[in-house]
Design a protein around this ligand. Sequence first.
Ligand code: IPM
Ligand code: MN
Length: 348
Amino acid sequence: MKRIAVVPGDGIGIDVTREAMRVLRRVNDVFAAGLEFTEFDWGAEKYLREGVSLPTGAFDMLRKDFDAILFGAIGDPRVPDNKHAAEILLALRFGLDLYANVRPVRLFHERLCPLKGTGVADVNFTVIRENTEGAYVNAGGVFKRGTPDEVANQVEIHTRKGVERIIEYAFQFARRHGKTKVCMSDKSNVMAYAGDLWQRCFKEVAARYPDVQTSHLYVDALALLFVRQPKDFQVVVTNNMFGDIVTDLAAALQGGLGMAASGNINPNGVSLFEPVHGSSPPLAGKNIANPMGSILTSAMLLEHLGLTGAARAVENAVTACVNENKTTQDIGGKLGTREVGEAVVAKI
Ligand code: IPM
Ligand code: MN
């Protein structure tokens, strides 16, 4: 038995998670996977109703009672500054120490790529984004706010332990997936202190993996080469903020945010799987959001739980649907969210 906590969240998070669940229930039937689901209503409605984002004890409960978390998206215009999003998603990333944000970038059909003459063999790499420090620690302060002398200070934190473990994770990931190249990206020509730490950690860890070829790119050059030479990349490791930015760019190479999957991994604890797209309030509840990002995310969850055959079956079903244009409008099809879910299920 595998216990899955399901957090659909807000907006289209609810629409797409419903389809991912449809697929996982099919996996239960076909592969006797023994997945058990418990749904949680964390999100804007609960926050507005009860003032609660994450209930007390949520971290302990998730760690103790669950094998994985399937997450939708959080964000709602009724909540000022989307305060509940930080208190749910970022809090889970930090509180459960989900330090590796794994974002595969894979093109399922050349029709989906905005680059001329770029086929499925040209876009197939993974970005490993540090997920618990950097610019996301909310450190800093403000002085003389609202006056002409206002000063804002936003501090990044990079720790020896944090940098070393994410780089180590990237090399381990490469080995596990038969990849031969790891590229580290930073901005060490300008951000000298953090850059120095990343550079030294990368060299030290790389020395332990002589079988893996290494390279380094400043993040601006990385952005350029993702567009010009996506084929050059296999595994890319970078900090939290750069990883956030370049994975949106990378999502465009695979057909947009609707196709992008991710895992927030703690190799020694419970991990959380979420599509890269947000809650997209204007599309919510209209049966138009693309559920493939969430469905591919559930394939990552299956693989993480050791259900490799089921994971491949889900990915193959998505590939087949894309090939037959059984997709939502964002990638050129005519189907609704639910119909795409049903089409994927029919292929498993
Ligand atoms: C992502 C999102 C989040 C992030 C937001 C919603 C806080 O953009 O997962 O990429 O910046 O990490
Ligand atoms: Mn993002």
